[in-house]
Design a protein around this ligand. Structure first.
Ligand code: PLP
Length: 352
């Protein structure tokens, strides 16, 4: 069987984990700050705060900005549901806006049309690692509305040379095994704003003040990331350029074989795609999923069209999100794939 994903973890990560065992400190130890410094460098921001998942990063971002009942947050209609779930759970309304079926990212026009007097933030997703059209989005979003990044799959991606995760008021990263840098589970909030970073630190740790008087002024959670996972993350982030290059090599291998048969991942002029997943577009997506399964190849849909889920079915229509949802196909994508494996995937797709 050819697997969809296989995290690139090796002897360096293992050695880093052993060192944490030897240190005897499993949480809130020095590995946390080490990982945060590495992430801040990668995203070119002042602060990175690591948390237990990408969803935790999104949740705390919404809480740290004081978003709640009566507020609206614009989110793409086509994204991983966590992007909208955290807004709804904070008591605010996720306002879905349509995506371009080709880039699968929100368009500045759709975001502009979704703005209202209640809009507190726009949560832009760089879907599958493709940088959203940031400069155009900045032009349509007013100054007093927070422009945020769900950069869960975009660590290493660049928009006109600037790293994703460093573009918005804050950015959210994920280290789930299908993301480029993984810690098994994990996430981070990146920002240049010291107050936001402090608020995220408080929420992550029960509401306790980071530089402490042992006071709790508002309640928090336990969304901490253990030192073992931070040690893995530091090692992974130091290898980020290598991880990206491996993905670019595989993407080139697919592009050569798949040619014009399917829509290939691409990025805007001057951008670097982060290639979190290799998601192609085809009119025969469901037939392709069947053919791949029969050939012993794991594949998957791209992600979710939120208005097609019961929780968000009161919004729409979103023809762009529908087209993206119906056509997107995630192919096996990891650096244990051989040339033969790529040939097999391509054959299964072209035999349709
Ligand atoms: C993976 C992902 C998330 C959730 O991250 P977790 O670490 O799995 O909680 C949120 N948004 C997007 C766009 C993602 O790709």
């Amino acid at each position: 069987m050819i697997r969809l994903a296989w995290p690139d973890l090796g002897p360096e990560e293992l050695a880093a984990v052993e060192a944490v065992f030897a240190s005897g400190q499993l949480t809130m130890g020095p590995r946390v700050q080490e990982f945060e410094a590495e992430l801040a460098r990668a995203c070119q921001v002042e602060h990175a705060v690591v948390v237990s998942s990408g969803t935790a990063a999104l949740h705390l971002s919404v809480l740290a900005l004081g978003i709640g009942p009566g507020d609206e947050v614009i989110v793409p209609a086509y994204t991983f549901p966590a992007t909208a779930n955290v807004v709804a759970l904070a008591g605010a309304k996720p306002v879905l806006v349509d995506v371009d079926p080709e880039t699968m990212n929100v368009t500045p026009q759709a975001v502009g049309a979704g703005l209202s007097e209640r809009t507190k933030a726009v949560l832009v997703v760089h879907l599958f690692g493709r940088p959203a059209s940031w400069d155009e989005l900045r032009l349509v979003v007013p100054e007093d509305v927070a422009l945020l990044e769900d950069a869960a799959g975009a660590l290493g991606a660049r928009s006109k040379g600037r790293p994703c995760g460093g573009l918005g008021r804050l950015g959210c990263l994920s280290f789930h095994p299908r993301k480029i840098v993984t810690t098994g589970e994990g996430g981070a909030v990146t920002t240049d704003d010291a107050e936001i970073a402090d608020a995220i630190r408080r929420f992550r740790h029960h509401g306790i003040e980071p530089r402490g008087d042992f006071e709790i002024r508002s309640p928090g959670l336990n969304y901490r990331l253990p030192d073992i996972l931070c040690a893995i993350g530091t090692t992974q982030t130091r290898r980020l350029e290598h991880l990206l290059e491996e993905r670019e090599r595989l993407a080139a291998g697919y592009a050569e074989r798949l040619g014009d048969g399917v829509g290939l991942p691409s990025a805007d002029e001057g951008d670097r795609h982060g290639l979190q997943a290799y998601v192609v577009r085809t009119d025969r997506r469901d037939a392709a999923l069947d053919a791949l399964a029969k050939a012993g190849i794991q594949a998957q849909i791209g992600t979710y069209a939120l208005h097609r889920l019961a929780a968000y079915a009161d919004q729409g229509p979103f023809p762009g999100a529908d087209a993206a949802f119906e056509r997107a196909l995630a192919l096996p994508f990891h650096n244990r794939l051989s040339d033969d494996d790529l040939d097999r995937v391509a054959e299964a797709l072209t035999s349709l």
